[in-house]
Design a protein around this ligand. Sequence first.
Ligand code: 13P
Ligand code: SF4
Length: 359
Amino acid sequence: MFPYSYWFRRRVKEDPSARKSSHQEQEDRSKVPHSNVFIEFVVYPRQDEERQGGMLPRQESHLAARIRELAEDRNAIILAHNYQRPEVQDAADFLGDSLELSQKAAKSDAEIILFCGVHFMAETASILCPDKTVLIPELNAGCPMADMITIQGLRNLRNEHPKDPVVCYVNTSADVKAESDICCTSANALRVVESIEEPEVIFVPDKYLAHYVSTKTKKEIIPWKGFCPTHIKILPEHVTRQRRLHPKAEVMVHPECTPPVIALADKVLSTGGMCSYAPKSSASEIIVGTETGLLHRLRKENPDKRFYPASELAVCPNMKLITLEKVLWSLEDMKHEIKVPQNIRIKAKMAVDKMLEGI
Ligand code: 13P
Ligand code: SF4
């Protein structure tokens, strides 16, 4: 049997920079002069070939191809966080943790950064790249932990500890970054805290990351009381159960997990740290204590190893709001642009730059 299906698609020759959305294209179709129309021959694998060897199902494969085509036309780079849906991860140019994505955004020479992640991540890209257009496919993809702290709350805490510098986790709004002295991510939180001269630091907004850092440093940490609603779903009994089921497995967890979960782990790592560590580990089975989206990448990059989620409940609904369709619409309609006002951006950038300089 012929292993490919195909269809013909009517396309309009056009200036890519003046490209219209699929909705507008439909409306304008009847007005297009005949000489500007060409027929495109599209080939894709048949259903029975699908999802084998990592191949995408037909619909996804078509969407991904359209996304790649449009990203090239628009000189856009697609950055995706490790918790994104598998098909979104597969369509991206670059996958990473919060730190790696900020660094990639800062170095990219693309005109458009399409950020598949939560709002603060796109904001960080905008803080670092004010001349680029930063797009997020879904405006509602926020981070509840980032929303647990307000500027007024931070100012009040600062007034109580006027001599203490403020370290803000990257999971904060641009406003909160602008009120902070230095930013950090889960990959470098301890290093950032240790780089500060003062013996006491304010750490916002994640109390569990703050606690984890406090166990590794002599500095006094004054935490804000935020937390990640996804990581607290991972319970110690989930880890113990998985250990019982997979006695040879190593356990790696994210520092946003609660202290009793961290106490059961062999390694405490950012999502990027987990991706670098997994191939180096001598274990052939690994229990992963973080958002379950990371398992797609770990399995894809380490086909000879087995990965088990510490808990199937650890799903971040905000990360999952971004779908392949929304990525395409975002590029087609150039929506939704994230732009940080200049007065906030300059102050927030000082905190982010200070972190990046220390690396
Ligand atoms: P990473 O920087 O480790 O990818 O973590 C980001 C995040 O939001 C974790 O919940
Ligand atoms: Fe925020 Fe937690 Fe989701 Fe990360 S996993 S984006 S910290 S809610």
